[in-house]
Design a protein around this ligand. Structure first.
Ligand SMILES: [Zn+2]
Length: 141
C-alpha cells in the first residue's frame, strides 16, 4: 500500500506527504535507492548532485557506502529538512535507512527530518517556519 506521496511543498518546491496517520515512534518507510560503495564513487556523485542542486545521497556507517535515491528512489527522496521535524532517520542493519515518526503525524502532513548533515544544507537558507529554526533567512533580515 502506498502511504507516501510527493506533493508541492512550501519548504522546497516538492515534499513527501503521508496519506495516513502515523503514530509516534512508528516506522514510516525505508529510504529507497541504489546502494553504492567506495568513498571516491560517493564523492563524485555528491559533487554532481550538489552542482545540480538536489542531493539524494545518504551516507552509511563511516561513509564507504551510501544510498543514492537518484536511482530507484521513491517519495522518500523528497523528504525535506525542518529545524522542528516530525520524523527522524536511522541506519539499520542491512545497509538500510529507515524513517520513523518523532511524534504523532496526521494524514496529509509533510514528512520532515532534521538533516544535521553537511551533505544536505537547505539551499538558500531554511524555509521550515519553525520558531526554533537555526537557518532561517527571515531571521537574518
Ligand atoms: Zn529551519
Amino acid at each position: 500500500m502506498q502511504t507516501l506521496e510527493v506533493r508541492p511543498s512550501t519548504i522546497n518546491n516538492r515534499g513527501c506527504f503521508t496519506l495516513v496517520p502515523v503514530g509516534k515512534r512508528k516506522r514510516l518507510a525505508a529510504y529507497r535507492g541504489e546502494l553504492i560503495r567506495g568513498k571516491r564513487r560517493i564523492a563524485e556523485r555528491l559533487r554532481a548532485q550538489t552542482a545540480a542542486g538536489v542531493v539524494k545521497i545518504i551516507r552509511l556507517g563511516c561513509g564507504t557506502r551510501a544510498i543514492d535515491a537518484e536511482v530507484g528512489g521513491d517519495a522518500t527522496a523528497f523528504i525535506n529538512h525542518s529545524c522542528a521535524p516530525n520524523a527522524y532517520m536511522r541506519e539499520v542493519p542491512g545497509d538500510q535507512v529507515m524513517f520513523f515518526a518523532l511524534r504523532d503525524i496526521a494524514a496529509g502532513e509533510e514528512i520532515t527530518i532534521d538533516y544535521r548533515d553537511p551533505d544536505h544544507p537547505p539551499a538558500g537558507g531554511c524555509r521550515c517556519d519553525a520558531p526554533e529554526c537555526r537557518m532561517s533567512r527571515r531571521r537574518a533580515t
